[in-house]
Design a protein around this ligand. Structure first.
Ligand code: GRF
Length: 193
């Protein structure tokens, strides 16, 4: 593994749309000595995202962009990222699909967390689909973002057993708890590749 002490942390932006619990764990991780990243910017497509409150708590700059005119706003985001010297992006519950143009500007530098064992259950409603299909296991995946939805190279996964009386919400809760653990571990892995 690459030794990180003494190196400058990589300036990172986290993109969110809602609660921001993954964001919270990423912030906590970023403050540890072993973290290769610092979180310098929070971007949301939703002004009401609860996670934006973390910006105030942890004194991290936050920006909200309406994605209705995607290309226009993506270009604005790119300038803001440049202005803040952001070199890496972590998507954490970000519900918009980034364009090919945007992704190409951060090629290999965008990570995402997804609540299923990819390549199974890309897209939305992962827990319901896993339960409907009587899966024995589900889990979460951290992967690189490419231009195809939830299809980039997998960095790390955590497998969870689905119990007999599992519901959508019990499964979501169990998986989210694991997401909080694997996202930081995946970032460490990326920097040790
Ligand atoms: C997580 O389950 C993430 O995998 C999915 O959306 C949820 C976001 O949760 N894409 P939070 O906003 O990080 O609490």
């Amino acid at each position: 593994m690459v030794k990180l002490t003494g190196y400058k942390k990589i300036k990172t932006a986290v993109f969110i749309s809602g609660t921001g619990s993954n964001l919270k764990y990423l912030i906590k991780f970023s403050k540890t000595k072993q973290s290769p990243i610092s979180i310098n910017l929070i971007i949301s497509d939703n002004a009401k995202a609860k996670g934006l409150k973390l910006g105030k708590i942890y004194k991290i700059k936050k920006k909200v962009f309406n994605f209705r005119k995607k290309y226009k706003f993506e270009n604005q985001i790119l300038s803001v990222l440049k202005e803040h010297q952001i070199k890496m992006i972590c998507l954490a519950g970000f519900m918009k699909i980034l364009s090919r143009n945007f992704i190409s500007k951060f090629k290999g530098k965008i990570l995402n967390i997804h609540p299923s064992l990819l390549p199974k259950y890309k897209g939305l409603n992962t827990h319901k689909r896993a339960l409907d299909n009587h899966e024995k296991y589900s889990g979460c995946t951290v992967h690189f973002v490419n231009t195809r939805l939830d299809s980039g190279k997998i960095i790390l996964q955590k497998k969870i057993r689905i119990t007999k009386n599992e519901t959508k919400s019990s499964l979501a809760k169990k998986i989210l708890k694991q997401e909080h653990k694997i996202y930081p571990r995946a970032i460490l892995k990326v920097f040790s590749l």
